[in-house]
Design a protein around this ligand. Sequence first.
Ligand SMILES: C[S@@+](CC[C@H](N)C(=O)[O-])C[C@H]1O[C@@H](n2cnc3c(N)ncnc32)[C@H](O)[C@@H]1O
Length: 491
Amino acid sequence: MLSPRLQTFMALHRAGKFAEAEAGYRDCRRAGIDVVIPLSALLLQQGRNAEAIVELEPVVAAQPENFAAVVNLSIALRQQGEAERALEYARRACELRPGEASACNARGLAALALDENEEALAALDAGLKSAPGNVPLELHRAKALRNLGRLRDALAAFERIVKVDPGMLEAWRDLGVVQARLGMVGPALASATQARNLAPADSEVLLEYAVALLRAGRTAEAEQFLERGGGNGGAWLMFGQALLREGNVQGARKALERAHALEPDSPYVRHFRAALSGELPEGIESDYIRGLFDDFADRFESTLVNNLGYGVPKRLPRFLAEQGVETFTDILDLGCGTGLMGAELAGAGRRIDGVDLSGRMLAVAREKDVYRELHEGEVLAFLQTAPQQWDLIVAADVFIYIRALEPIFAAAWQRLRPGGHFVFSIERSEGAETQLIAETGRYRHHVQALRAALEQAGFTGICLEDLVIRKESGHPVAGSLLLAQRPLKQA
Ligand SMILES: C[S@@+](CC[C@H](N)C(=O)[O-])C[C@H]1O[C@@H](n2cnc3c(N)ncnc32)[C@H](O)[C@@H]1O
C-alpha cells in the first residue's frame, strides 16, 4: 500500500511537475518511505541516467528480485550507452516476469542497441502476446524486422503504427525509410511529408524530406530543404546527380563540391567527382561498389528486371548455346549479385560458385539455393587466389563497375580449365576508349580494346553480340556480350 504522502507527489509527477515531485520524493525518503521506483522513473524521464543508475544499483544488488528496479536499471544503463549490461538486466527481468510488457520492451530495446535483432524480435513478440497492440512494443518490433531485412513485414508494422497513432514522428520517419528501400518512391515522399508536418523545424526531418523529393524527381523543390536541413554528403551527391540528369553540369559540380566538403572520405563522392572531372579512378573501388549494392540489394531484382528490362541473364545462356558452348559443369559467376545469372545457368549436374563484394546481394542469392559456394569478396582478388579451376567463368553486368579489365582477363585465363570459356557483358563505349559516365557512375568499355586485351591474355575464339542490356531513363543502353576461350593447348 503506497503512503498517501507519496501518492500526492506521484500525482504531481504524472502532471509533469517534475521539480515539485522530485523534492517531495526526497522528503518522503527522509521520512523513511521507499521512493526508489518513482524517483528513478522521474530521473529517467529527464535523461538523468547516471543519477538513476546510482539510485538503482544498490537496490538491485540488495533485492535482485525487485522487478521494477531491475527494469528501470536496464533502461538507465541502455540510455547511458551500456547496452550489454542493460541486456543482462532486461533478461533477468524477463525471467522474473515472463511476457511482462515492460521487461520485454527493455530487452527488445537493449538487444536492438546491440544489433541482436533476432533476440529483440523474440522479446517484443512475447511482450505483444500479453499486451496486444502496445504501441512502443509494436514500434520496436517493426525496427527489429527492418534491421533483419524483413522489409515487407516492417512496412506492414510501421503502417499499422501510424494508423493507430498518426502523431508519431518516429514511426513516419521509419516508414519512409522502409518505403524508400523498397523503391516505393511516392509513398516514401508521403511519409516524409507527414514527418515534416509534425516537425517542421527539425533539420534531420527536413533533410529526409529533401532526399524523398530528390527520389521523386522533384529536384528544384529539394534544394531549399537541403539547405535548411544542413545537408549531408550523400544528400548533396544525390542532388548533384539529379542536376546532371537534367543537364545542369555546373550545378552538379557545385553540389558535388558541397558533398566533398562535408564528406571528403566518402567513396561515392570520390567516384562521382572523378566521373565529372574526367579523371578516372585508379584500381577497383571496392567500398563504393559494396555500399552501392548493399543499399540496393532489397530492390535490385524488382528494379532491374521489372522496371529497367535487364535481360543479360536470360540472353547469355542462349548466346552460349548459339556459339556451341553447352557442355560445362563447373561455373564461376563473378559479381553474382542476387543470383539472377546462377538461376538461369543452373541445371542437372552443374556446380555454380559465386563471388560478390556485397554481403546483402549474396544473402538474396543464397535463398535461391542454386550455388554450391558463395564467397564474399572482390573478383580480381578472388581470381588471383582461388585454388581451383572452372569450365565457364561468367560476369553479367559487373564490368560496368570496373575500369581496368586487363588484370581480370589474365586472372580468369588462369582459373579456367584448358578449353574453358569466359563470357561477360559490358556497356559499349562508342568513343575510342573506356568512359566513366557521370550521370550513372558506370563504365563503358570499347569493344576493340577489349578484344585486344583478351588476345593479349591468351584467349582465342573471341566472338560477340551486341544487345540492349537495360533501359536508363527510358532509353536503351547499348551493350555487348563477349565470349572467349582458353585454348585446349597453350600456343
Ligand atoms: C549489376 S549487379 C549484377 C549482378 C548479377 N551478375 C546479375 O546479372 O544479376 C553487379 C554486381 O557486381 C558486384 N561487383 C561489382 N564489382 C565487383 C568487384 N570488383 N568484386 C566483386 N563484386 C563486384 C556488385 O556487388 C553487384 O552485386
